[in-house]
Design a protein around this ligand. Structure first.
Ligand code: ZN
Ligand code: ZN
Length: 226
């Protein structure tokens, strides 16, 4: 995407923010989502069938957007084209999504999903941490959860392979682990696909850290399970 500051990245109208108000109204309209996994549900249905059958590790999950046109391109720009300045606008969209402000307010700690040190060096910034900074400053704990290893491109793997890969991906910062005992934690990530990353992090926070509840807010959710 070209970077003309006052032009909408979607419809090219200008003057505009990164994405103009008209496009936000059109493409970021809230839809009913499952409270536990943020997948689309019918209006009035609080929880999707799979989450009723097998309650996930996350106590709740909110998503602001679908990971689809036009947001997938904006997020790719944010993540892969060295353009951290998207964080302000996308963080604001997160904060305005139903349930997100409450989730932030009720959390004892807000933790961005970390990148491995290698990936962080490569990219120069962690997009999830930049989003989390837009949501809160005083409850942010950016160094409590560690990512031990990079996982291969998740899209090319089966669900079973993905889960196996993630099993040993996260660890807790030993110096900060006592902060978690009986606390309510909110995880922040940019994109949720199957949820395997978030669930793996939530398991570590609960089992190794003794967190009471782990919730999640993500910028974008793939519209259907893959
Ligand atoms: Zn526009
Ligand atoms: Zn669900």
């Amino acid at each position: 995407m070209t970077r003309i500051p006052s032009q909408c990245a979607v419809c090219r109208a200008w003057p505009a923010q990164r994405v103009c108000e008209e496009c936000v109204r059109r493409f970021a309209r809230p839809v009913p989502r499952c409270r536990r996994c943020a997948i689309h549900v019918l209006s009035g249905q609080p929880i999707c069938g799979p989450c009723l059958l097998h309650p996930p590790t996350l106590s709740s999950c909110h998503a602001a957007l679908d990971y689809a046109f036009p947001w997938s391109a904006c997020i790719a720009d944010f993540k892969f084209h060295d353009d951290p300045s998207w964080a302000g606008m996308l963080g604001q969209l997160m904060m305005q999504a139903p349930g997100v402000a409450d989730a932030v307010q009720q959390a004892d700690w807000v933790l961005p999903i970390p990148l491995s040190r290698h990936r962080l060096r490569e990219r120069g910034y962690n997009q999830a941490a930049l989003l989390a900074q837009q949501l809160t400053r005083d409850r942010l704990q950016p160094d409590l959860l560690w990512r031990l290893q990079d996982t291969p491109a998740q899209a090319s793997l089966t669900r079973a392979q993905r889960l196996r890969n993630l099993r040993h991906s996260f660890a807790l910062n030993p110096g900060q682990t006592p902060l978690l005992k009986d606390r309510r934690v909110l995880l922040i990530d940019d994109v949720m696909t199957t949820g395997a990353t978030l669930h793996s992090a939530a398991r570590v926070l609960r089992q190794a850290g003794g967190a009471r509840e782990v919730h999640a807010c993500v910028l974008a959710r793939t519209p259907a399970p893959c």
